[in-house]
Design a protein around this ligand. Structure first.
Ligand code: TNX
Length: 539
C-alpha cells in the first residue's frame, strides 16, 4: 500500500460491501410526509397538458414542461385551463400551501387520472416540481429524447422545509467560474431544493465583480482597476492547474441572479474584509496607506497573492479615510445590483489586523450595510462586534459557539451554520481523493459527517428559531472548474440539503444512503460529476 501512498489505516474505513439496496422512491430531501397509496400509477400521455392555475403557477409549470419535454419528446403544452387526458395541474395561490408553511411548502397528489401540485407561492410549487421530477424514471434527466415508460407512482405528499436557508457557497475568487459554469452548479443543486447561492466574490487572489466609479469620487479611485487588475489574477500554487482568472460584468451578475431566482435561489454576494483584501490592495493604489498590510512592494504595488495559499496575511488600514470611502461605495454598488436581502462582508481570519482596528472597521461596514437597507452577514469572527440590532446574520464555520450565542441573545442575530467538519467540501471525503484538506476532521470528512449532525442543537444556549439554516462551502484553493467543484461537492452537498430540509426525527443515515443510491443514477444521466462514496450501495 505504501508504494501507492496509502496507509493500511486509511483502508480500515472500508468495512465490507454495503448492504443490498431496499426498494425506495429515492426522494431527497426526504419529504415531511409521503404515502404510497398502492393505486395505479400516472402515465404521461402524448396529449398530457400542464395546467397552471394562478399567476405564480406559470414559472413552475414552465420549468416542469421544459424538463419533461427534453427527455420525453412529448409536446406537454402548458395552459391556464383546459381539458384532456391525465393532466398535471399546478395550483398556486393564497391558502393552497400547507398551513403555517406557506413560503416554501407544497402538497403533491398523484393518481392515474391526475397529478395535482398545490402551493401558496411559486417557490413552494417549484419545490414540488423538484420532488415530482424525482418520482419520474431517472431517464427524465437525459438531455435528449429517451424511449422510456414515463410513469409516476401513486403518492400523497405534504412537504415543507425545517430551515429557510439551505445554501451553498462558491469561492469564485481563488479560481473563477464563468456564468455558464455557475449555472451548471445551480442546476445540480436546485434539484435538492438548495435555495441560497453565496458567492465569495473577492479574496487575496482575485476580485470578480465590476464596480463602476461614483459620481463624487473624493480620492479619485479608478474602480475599474479592481477587475482590470484584480480580475486578472487567481490562485496559482495549488490544484491540478492554475486558478482561472476572470470577473463578472454587471450584466453577468444580473444573469446569475436571474437564473438563480428562476431556480428558487437567492444570491448572497460576499466582499471579504478587512482581511483577505490583497487583491484590492494590489489593484487600487490609494488603499495602500501606511497601516495597510502587506505594505506596497518597491514597485509601488502589492503582489497578487503570497504564493502558498496561506490565509490572513492582508488587511485594510483602519486609520485611512480612503478605506471607508472605498468600502462604502463598493457596498452601495453591490446593494444596488442585488435584489436579495443579504450582503456578506466576510470578516474572517483578519490575522494581521489589530483587534481594535478590526472592530472599528467591521462596525463601520456593518452599519453601512444596515443603512443600505440590507441584512449584513459575516463569518463568526465578527460575532463580537456591534452588530445591527435584529438585523445581522452570523455564519459559523469554526471557533467559539459562545460568541455566536452572545450575538444571538444580545443583538438578536440569526445564525447560518457551516461548521467545517460538517459542511466544508474541499476537505477530503475519502483518502483516495488526491487533493483536499484534512484539518477539519483529523482525517477524512466523509458523507456521514456531513449528514449526522443537528443544526438545531449545534450552538448551545440558543433557540432553533434563531437558526436560519445550513450552508455547504466550496473553498477554491485547489478546486478548478465546475466539474471538479461537483466532484468535491457531491454527494455531500445532498446531505446538507437534507440536513436543512427534513425534520431531525425523520433523518437516518442508512435510510439516506439507500435513497441516495438511487439518486446516483440521476446524477449520472445528468452528467453531474459526483464522488462514488464507498459506503453507499450505488445502483
Ligand atoms: C478558511 S472558512 C477560510 C478560507 C479558506 C478555508 C479553507 C473561512 C471563513 N475562511 O479563506 O479558503 O479556510 O482553507
Amino acid at each position: 500500500w505504501a508504494a501507492y501512498g496509502y496507509s493500511i489505516a486509511e483502508f480500515e474505513i472500508w468495512d465490507g460491501p454495503p448492504a443490498a439496496p431496499e426498494p425506495t422512491l429515492g426522494l431527497i430531501p426526504r419529504p415531511v410526509s409521503v404515502t404510497e397509496t398502492g393505486a395505479a400509477p400516472f402515465t404521461l400521455h402524448k396529449n398530457t397538458r400542464i395546467l397552471a392555475e394562478g399567476d405564480g403557477a406559470q414559472a413552475p409549470a414552465g420549468r416542469l414542461a421544459g424538463l419533461l419535454r427534453r427527455s420525453t419528446g412529448l409536446p406537454l403544452k402548458t395552459a391556464a385551463h383546459g381539458r384532456g387526458p391525465a393532466p398535471i395541474v399546478i395550483e398556486v395561490g393564497p391558502g393552497k400551501g400547507p398551513q403555517g408553511h406557506e413560503e416554501e411548502g407544497y402538497t403533491l397528489s398523484v393518481t392515474a387520472a391526475v397529478i395535482r401540485l398545490k402551493a401558496a407561492t411559486s417557490n413552494g410549487a417549484l419545490n414540488g416540481v423538484q420532488t415530482l421530477r424525482q418520482l419520474f424514471p431517472q431517464w427524465v434527466e437525459s438531455d435528449g429524447v429517451v424511449d422510456a415508460a414515463w410513469t409516476v407512482p401513486a403518492v400523497q405528499i405534504t412537504d415543507y422545509p425545517r430551515f429557510a436557508h439551505r445554501g451553498m457557497m462558491l469561492d469564485v475568487a481563488r479560481s473563477f467560474y464563468p456564468v455558464d459554469e455557475v449555472k451548471r452548479y445551480i442546476d445540480a443543486a436546485a434539484q435538492f431544493k438548495i435555495n441560497r447561492l453565496h458567492l465569495h466574490l473577492t479574496d487575496d487572489q482575485g476580485w470578480r465583480i465590476v464596480i463602476d466609479d461614483p459620481a463624487t469620487n473624493p480620492s479619485g479611485i479608478d474602480y475599474g482597476l479592481l477587475t482590470r487588475v484584480g480580475g486578472g489574477t487567481a490562485m496559482t500554487e495549488r490544484g491540478t492547474e492554475p486558478g482561472v482568472t476572470g470577473y463578472y460584468t454587471k450584466a453577468d451578475y444580473a444573469e446569475i441572479v436571474r437564473y438563480a431566482g428562476e431556480n428558487g435561489m437567492t444570491v448572497i454576494p460576499e466582499i471579504d474584509m478587512p482581511g483577505h483584501v490583497n487583491s484590492a490592495l494590489h489593484s487600487v493604489p490609494q488603499l495602500n496607506t501606511p497601516g495597510a498590510q502587506p505594505k506596497p512592494a518597491p514597485g509601488g504595488t502589492t503582489v497578487p497573492h503570497n504564493g502558498t495559499g496561506a490565509v490572513g496575511y492582508s488587511s485594510f488600514d483602519a486609520d485611512s479615510a480612503v478605506t471607508y470611502e472605498f468600502v462604502e461605495h463598493v457596498l452601495a454598488e453591490l446593494a444596488a445590483m442585488t435584489p436579495g436581502p443579504y450582503l456578506h462582508i466576510g470578516g474572517d481570519e483578519a490575522h494581521v489586523t489589530g483587534h481594535d482596528d478590526y472592530v472599528r472597521m467591521v462596525d463601520a461596514f456593518t452599519a453601512h450595510v444596515n443603512a443600505l437597507g440590507k441584512t449584513v452577514v459575516g463569518w463568526n469572527e465578527y460575532a463580537g462586534t456591534a452588530l445591527p440590532q435584529d438585523n445581522a446574520v452570523v455564519q459559523f464555520w469554526n471557533g467559539s459557539t459562545a460568541a455566536v450565542a452572545a450575538a444571538v441573545n444580545g443583538r438578536g442575530a440569526k445564525v447560518v451554520l457551516s461548521p467545517a467538519p460538517h459542511a466544508y467540501v474541499p476537505q477530503k471525503q475519502d483518502p483516495r481523493q488526491p487533493e483536499g484538506g484534512t484539518w477539519a476532521c483529523g482525517g477524512v470528512c466523509g458523507l456521514d459527517r456531513h449528514y449526522n449532525w443537528d443544526p438545531g442543537r449545534f450552538v448551545p444556549g440558543i433557540q432553533e428559531s434563531s437558526v436560519l439554516g445550513v450552508e455547504s462551502a466550496l473553498w477554491g484553493e485547489f478546486i478548478r472548474r465546475v466539474s471538479q467543484a461537483e466532484y468535491y461537492s457531491y454527494p455531500r452537498l445532498i446531505a446538507t440539503a437534507e440536513v436543512g430540509w427534513t425534520p431531525q426525527d425523520q433523518r437516518d443515515y442508512d435510510d439516506f444512503k439507500n435513497r441516495l443510491s438511487k439518486v446516483g443514477g440521476r446524477l449520472t444521466v445528468q452528467g453531474t460529476n459526483f464522488f462514488p462514496t464507498a459506503d453507499v450501495p450505488w445502483r
